[in-house]
Design a protein around this ligand. Structure first.
Ligand code: ZN
Length: 167
């Protein structure tokens, strides 16, 4: 796998610390799940779980070989990490678009808060500034800090995206 901090970080989130340790021990070429388990000193069931996650993300694929005498089926796995960059970029894009929508909503709206919910000014006004649900009064919320946090998060992901491109 690519020896790159961001890629490792991505896999760590996908398959956990143990999963990362397991795939870093996998040599190039085809390999059986039993062999992977042996190399990483891990239970076969755990290895299979990780392989399945990688398979779902189209990073691992397998073919089967059947022994004519015993009928035993062997799974031969191989890995293609070229997909990782695309996956990471798609994930970053999705997060960015969610955050930008949220930021837009926060910037345009004026928010009020009672003990149970946070609503737009219009909705608070429609209830005469007293919540139908909990009976407490709606008070104005200053969302300046939240807006700054969202902007910082967006900037962070944009930097991350740049690193994926150049990494
Ligand atoms: Zn309420």
């Amino acid at each position: 796998m690519p020896d790159n901090y961001i890629v490792k970080e991505y896999f760590r989130r996908m398959i956990g610390e143990d999963g990362l340790r397991i795939i870093m021990n996998i040599p190039e070429g085809e390999i059986t799940d039993e062999e992977i388990a042996r190399l990483s000193d891990t239970k076969l069931t755990q290895v299979r779980k990780i392989l399945y996650t990688l398979y779902e993300n189209r990073i691992a694929e397998y073919r089967t070989e059947r022994d004519d005498n015993s009928g035993w089926v062997t799974y031969l796995w191989r890995f293609d990490y070229s997909n990782v960059r695309k996956l990471m970029e798609a994930e970053a894009e999705k997060k960015l678009s969610e955050l930008r929508k949220r930021l837009d909503r926060e910037k345009r709206g004026v928010f009020y808060q009672c003990k149970c919910q946070r609503v737009l000014f219009e909705d608070a006004a429609a209830m005469d500034f007293r919540c139908d649900e909990c009976g407490s009064e709606f008070e104005y919320v200053d969302n300046g800090d939240l807006i700054s946090e969202l902007e910082a998060e967006i900037e962070k992901i944009e930097r991350w995206k740049e690193q994926i491109r150049s990494g």
